[in-house]
Ligand binder design. Structure first.
Ligand code: F3S
Length: 399
């Protein structure tokens, strides 16, 4: 891979040990994927932040980087942590876990990373623009950035995203090249999709069915918004590892590939979504209702606050969002409304990356296919799926 004179100097430790280590990681990655050179990025996003998922080995890796004097050179955000950094005691996070989680955040802050603690960095102020190159790691954020915003990022591993944050560059390969973003398969959805759960189930079905392909989805007419697109992509990235999709006449790059010859046409019917739901959802009496996978937008919190008006939740309700959206929701009175009704709005975390099993929670209701998929494997918790209204009705005990 070609390196500029300045990049060679960094590799040869002339800027210190930390940038040299980061550059070595990027060069190794670039050579594996046959990249020509490095390109500048607008931002980085690092996953693998929860002490639950990375443990002591991950903590030491980040601390080692920090001790070497590493500093980010572009805006860098991070994924959710294992707890609400302010209100961890109230939700039953064990003290030993909290101590280690805070060490991870502290080491990242020393490197220059912002404590955004969210999987929806595209809902913060620093929204990527069409054509921006990024080095993002969170799979649901990567697919949203590529598909909905038309920004360009590979699905980076945590260490590579950190190395890119330090150097401010990433190897030029994969989804940084327009040619590699072309759809390869056509998906024809034949029944109308009604809500966020339908989009989540569709994403999971497509991912499973066409893993490794780039789908061009043809939707029947009907209402669509960014909440639906975020849950569609999160589910697709979970079951199929997709980093990009296109929706005819909706996502920005779909018009660029109108002439492409696609290999196959797959039709999706209501029956396929019902079957997908059955495969992910168990018959249980949930301990909690969890909304916010991926993290809730302000519109979702507003909707939940409207439902909360004048009622009392009799089941535990945890709504998860970013610290940024939480502050806006607080200023608009949404948080107070939800919490007055007995729900909790947590920031910095989600139920999949908290130590649920140590909090006495083993049965979760959610409206997210991604959460329903990971809860049994990562949290030893059973999961059941309903749409937002169904989840709220359960929490209010209306059924
Ligand atoms: Fe985000 Fe947690 Fe879901 S990190 S995408 S809310 S599993």
């Amino acid at each position: 891979m070609y390196l500029t004179a300045e990049e060679e100097k960094i590799l040869n430790r002339e800027s210190g040990e930390a940038p040299a280590t980061a550059m070595r990681l990027l060069v190794t990655m670039g050579e594996v994927f046959d990249a020509d050179r490095l390109i500048p990025i607008k931002s980085a996003q690092i996953s693998g932040i929860s002490y639950k998922t990375i443990g002591d080995a991950g903590l030491e890796f980040i601390q080692d980087f920090s001790r070497l004097g590493a500093k980010t050179s572009v805006y860098t955000s991070i994924n959710p942590t294992g707890m609400d950094l302010d209100d961890w005691k109230e939700i039953g996070i064990p003290e030993d876990f909290a101590i280690n989680q805070k060490k991870i955040i502290s080491a990242l802050n020393d490197i220059g990373v912002e404590s955004t603690c969210t999987c929806t960095p595209y809902l913060l102020e620093n929204i990527p623009k069409y054509g921006d190159h990024l080095a993002w790691a969170e799979s649901s954020a990567v697919i949203y950035a590529n598909s909905v915003l038309g920004a360009m990022t590979n699905r980076e591993g945590g260490p590579i995203a950190l190395a890119s944050a330090i150097i401010g560059k990433t190897p030029l390969y994969g989804f940084h090249i327009k040619e590699n973003r072309k759809p390869t398969i056509s998906i024809d959805v034949q029944d109308e999709l009604k809500n966020e759960l339908d989009f989540s189930l569709l994403g999971f079905y497509i991912g499973k069915k066409v893993s490794g392909e780039i789908p061009l989805i043809n939707l029947p007419t009907g209402f669509i918004n960014n909440i639906f697109l975020k849950t569609l992509g999160a589910a697709m990235a979970t079951s199929g590892g997709q980093a990009i999709y296109h929706i005819k006449d909706i996502t920005p790059e779909s018009k660029d590939f109108k002439q492409e010859k696609l290999r196959e046409k797959i039709t999706v019917k209501r029956y396929d979504l019902n079957e997908t739901k059955e495969s992910l959802s168990q018959e249980i009496d949930p301990d909690i209702v969890f909304i916010g996978c991926p993290h809730c937008s302000i519109e979702e919190i507003e909707e939940i606050s409207e439902i909360s008006r004048g009622i009392r939740f009799v089941k535990k309700l945890y709504v998860c969002t970013s610290r940024h959206v939480w502050k806006i929701a607080k200023s608009k009175g949404y948080i107070d409304k939800i919490e007055k009704a007995g729900g909790r709005v947590l920031k910095d975390t989600c139920m999949v990356v908290t130590p649920l099993e140590r909090m006495g929670i083993s049965r979760v209701m959610t409206n997210s296919s991604k959460a329903a998929y990971y809860l049994p494997t990562l949290c030893k918790s059973k999961a059941c799926l309903r749409d937002l209204k169904g989840c709220m009705n359960y929490a209010i005990d209306r059924n």
